[in-house]
Design a protein around this ligand. Structure first.
Ligand SMILES: *Cc1c(COP(=O)(O)O)cnc(C)c1O
Length: 361
């Protein structure tokens, strides 16, 4: 008998459930379960990755200097205060690894993104869940949930899977009120969907205790490349760079994301299409008795009368080749999260839900 055992807390981690991509026996499936860009990556990103393929025997940049300069120029941020990660998931993990350990607490909200809890547990820290108010981040509940042990506070703004967000005044109030040993992390995975929104960068610049994370996986359509970044106080970025692997981004990821960043016509088009069809779908579903909160992201959280109805609707959608996301693990058992697809996908999903509700044409 060996005595091999993982670190305490590791076996308590509930495995991350990704969005499904297939339904057995159903053809022409549309995947609306992972908040991916329905139009795919920019053609310029595809070309850049293809061009990089011939050089894949070379190690990638380890300081990402050129890429960070491009991000800084695009967003008006100081490149030396930017760190790149293999998806923003890696940055969430680095923050937990560097700042939280056994005995420390990591605060996240009731319907917050699953990786906050997973990364806290992986670091041996204790996740602390605080309530939301009607599916909206509740700053007072977060403040009440903080203690002398709190090291990190994560909020996604807009949040996944609710799609709701809080304003800059509320974010500032939260940053002012968290304990002095804690970092507020503003997860801006969906920030690009809001025209002109800085994702909280101004809050980061004004303070020493706020970090913003961003990703190329959503609006930029590069989920498969694994590229994200964070902007934070110099002292925190310096810490994260010490635990970051030197070659955490692939060469293809760096050039693909840099090309995607430069293609602003494409991202503007994707942002406009998303807003247009998100509003159309939300209205179409509301008309047939399926409400949702006003979403600021690329999905809506459709609410049903009960868990049984949500599950029955999900099965009906699957039978019709439409894959959406159940969010029971996010404590929203009577809801389904639906990624905004292209026009055809939105029309298909509205028709299928209408059919399920007995209100089909
Ligand atoms: C999708 C998502 C991320 C990040 O994803 P990466 O692909 O790891 O960059 C981070 N936070 C939230 C809330 C998300 O929905």
């Amino acid at each position: 008998m060996n005595k091999i055992a993982p670190q305490p807390g590791i076996m308590d981690i509930a495995l991350y459930q990704g969005g499904a991509a297939h339904v057995d026996g159903v053809a022409n499936v549309v995947k609306l379960s992972s908040n991916e860009n329905p139009f795919g990556p920019s053609p310029r990103a595809i070309a850049a990755v293809q061009a990089a393929a011939a050089e894949m025997h070379r190690y990638p940049s380890s300081d990402h200097a050129e890429f960070r300069a491009a991000i800084g120029a695009a967003h008006g941020l100081e490149p030396e205060r930017i760190i790149c990660g293999a998806g923003s998931d890696e940055i969430i993990a680095l923050l937990c690894q560097a700042y939280a350990g056994p005995g420390d607490e990591v605060v996240h909200t009731e319907h917050g993104f699953a990786m906050y809890r997973i990364c806290a547990q992986a670091a041996g820290a204790t996740p602390v869940e605080v309530p939301e108010r009607e599916r909206v981040t509740d700053v007072d509940a977060i403040i009440a949930g903080c203690s002398a042990r709190t090291k990190l506070v994560f909020i996604a703004n807009p949040n996944n899977p609710t799609g709701t967000m809080i304003g800059a005044g509320e974010v500032a109030r939260l940053a002012d009120a968290i304990p002095p040993q804690a970092i507020l992390v503003l997860d801006g995975a969906y920030a690009e969907y809001i025209d002109g929104f800085d994702g909280g960068a101004a809050e980061v610049r004004a303070r020493e205790n706020v970090v913003m994370t961003r990703t190329f996986s959503k609006l930029y359509g590069l989920g498969g490349l694994r590229v994200g970044w964070a902007y934070g106080p110099q002292a925190i970025i310096d810490v994260l760079n010490r635990v970051r692997g030197p070659f955490n981004l692939s060469a293809a990821g760096i050039v693909g994301a840099q090309a995607a960043l430069a293609d602003t016509d494409y991202t503007e088009q994707c942002r406009a299409e998303n807003a247009r069809w998100r509003n159309w779908l939300a209205e179409a579903l509301a008309e047939i008795g399926v409400p949702s909160d006003t979403s600021c992201a690329n999905f809506i959280l459709a609410r049903f009368a009960s868990q049984a109805e949500a599950e029955a609707c999900d099965l009906h959608l699957q039978a019709n080749g439409l894959i959406v996301r159940r969010v029971t693990a996010y404590k929203l058992p009577a809801a389904l999260r639906i990624t905004i697809g292209n026009e055809a996908a939105c029309r298909r999903i509205a028709a299928a839900i209408a059919g399920f509700k007995g209100k089909g044409a």
